[in-house]
Design a protein around this ligand. Structure first.
Ligand SMILES: *Cc1c(COP(=O)(O)O)cnc(C)c1O
Length: 363
């Protein structure tokens, strides 16, 4: 019996990439493929490149280093503002980084001078999501200073919405960086070729013509990997939602009551669970748990299988209505959400299997 594994269909990832690349191209943008949800997998990155993605990006410098070590030559962008302890590695490995602190930009500049390089900076503007970036009113004075930091080149402005605050991208909040760039070009004469418009959520503006002109790229992870818009779970038309499938073995199969017997207090994660009494039910335990799923969850692919809950290492499923016979040793399959994709791809207890065989299922 094999242990839990994620089957990664690289052809589907290339297909999904092509869809986003052609949507973005219509708005004059390239796609930066974001691989942080897959631990910077070079295989997934290569599948994205096959689908027309031009640059690659990740939040973790370790993952960008992994891509370089795998021989990938493309422009690499670091998404998370570097911390002062990693500037050496950032300058050595990343071509561009997203930044929001002058002190860090100065440290990058000093390091770049020492390494005989010029490090490119995209300055992040917070248009309301309240994660990284300076508030729009503070951009102009800071840009004057950043433009003077030796060893760096200010090549653009960027913005990111939704990841923390859940903010919905609009033409109005997306265009803020375009307006600021116009002002900077006029007043300081900087070129700012790389206006970095946002993540998968922002790509929704492509569908209703609301994407402001003048952006250079979008940074897309989830839209390519899972084929949905993040915002409301809506599917991206023509994309696959099952490029990643978890397969995990059944390790116990019993008929048990559907409510725990006796007094119920907190579970392993501090929650007080509530269970509906459906009488005796046939249930299976699958050998995967919250330790592997991170902040995410699974969607069963076997018809009639319903997830009841999970502890660190056990996933409990109701199989009363399962269409296929399930035995100890059977393998159950699940689709992933963003949280479980991140968790499973990071878990050392879960094997990663790449499928090159082409597309078998229609989207
Ligand atoms: C994670 C991240 C992205 C990609 O987000 P998706 O929702 O996966 O497209 C883009 N930009 C930044 C700054 C990020 O942190």
């Amino acid at each position: 019996m094999r242990r839990a594994r994620v089957i990664i269909d690289l052809a589907k990832i290339s297909h999904n990439s092509r869809i986003m690349v052609s949507k973005c191209a219509q708005a004059g943008m390239i796609v930066v493929g974001v691989v942080k949800a897959v631990s910077g997998s070079p295989e997934v990155a290569t599948a994205m490149l096959d689908g027309g993605v031009q640059w690659l990006a990740d939040s973790r410098i370790e993952n960008l280093t992994r891509l370089r070590q795998a021989g990938l030559q493309q422009t690499l962008m670091l998404l998370r503002t570097p911390h002062l302890g990693e500037v050496e590695q950032v300058v050595a490995t990343a071509d561009i980084s997203l930044n929001s602190e002058l002190a860090t930009i100065r440290a990058l500049g000093e390091t770049a001078c020492r390494q005989g390089k010029v490090h490119q900076i995209v300055f992040m503007v917070d248009v309301g999501d309240l994660r990284e970036g300076v508030m729009p009113d503070d951009v102009m004075p800071l840009v004057h200073e950043i433009a003077l930091v030796p060893g760096t080149e200010l090549v653009g402005l960027g913005t990111n919405v939704g990841c923390y605050g859940g903010l919905v991208p609009t033409p109005e909040n997306t265009t803020i960086i375009c307006d600021l760039a116009k002002e900077i070009r006029e007043k300081i004469g900087l070129d700012l070729p790389y206006l970095s418009g946002g993540n998968t959520r922002t790509s929704i503006l492509l569908d209703d013509g609301g994407m402001p002109p003048g952006l250079h790229h979008l940074r897309l992870g989830e839209g390519i990997l899972l084929g949905n818009y993040t915002l409301d779970g809506r599917k991206i038309p023509g994309s696959y939602q099952d490029a990643f499938i978890l397969q995990a073995p059944v390790i116990e199969l019993k008929t048990k009551p559907s409510r725990p017997q006796g007094v119920i207090a907190r579970d392993a994660f501090g929650q007080i669970p509530a269970y509906e009494d459906k009488g005796l039910r046939r249930r299976a335990i699958v050998a995967v748990g919250r330790q592997d799923l991170g902040a995410g969850w699974l969607i069963p692919l076997d018809q009639g299988v319903e997830i009841l809950g999970a502890s660190s290492d056990h996933l409990i499923v109701d199989i009363c209505d399962a269409v296929h016979d399930i035995e100890v040793g059977s393998i159950l399959s699940f689709r992933l959400d963003y949280g479980s994709l991140v968790g499973l791809m990071t878990s050392p207890y879960v094997d990663k299997v790449h499928l090159l065989s082409g597309i078998e299922l229609s989207p």
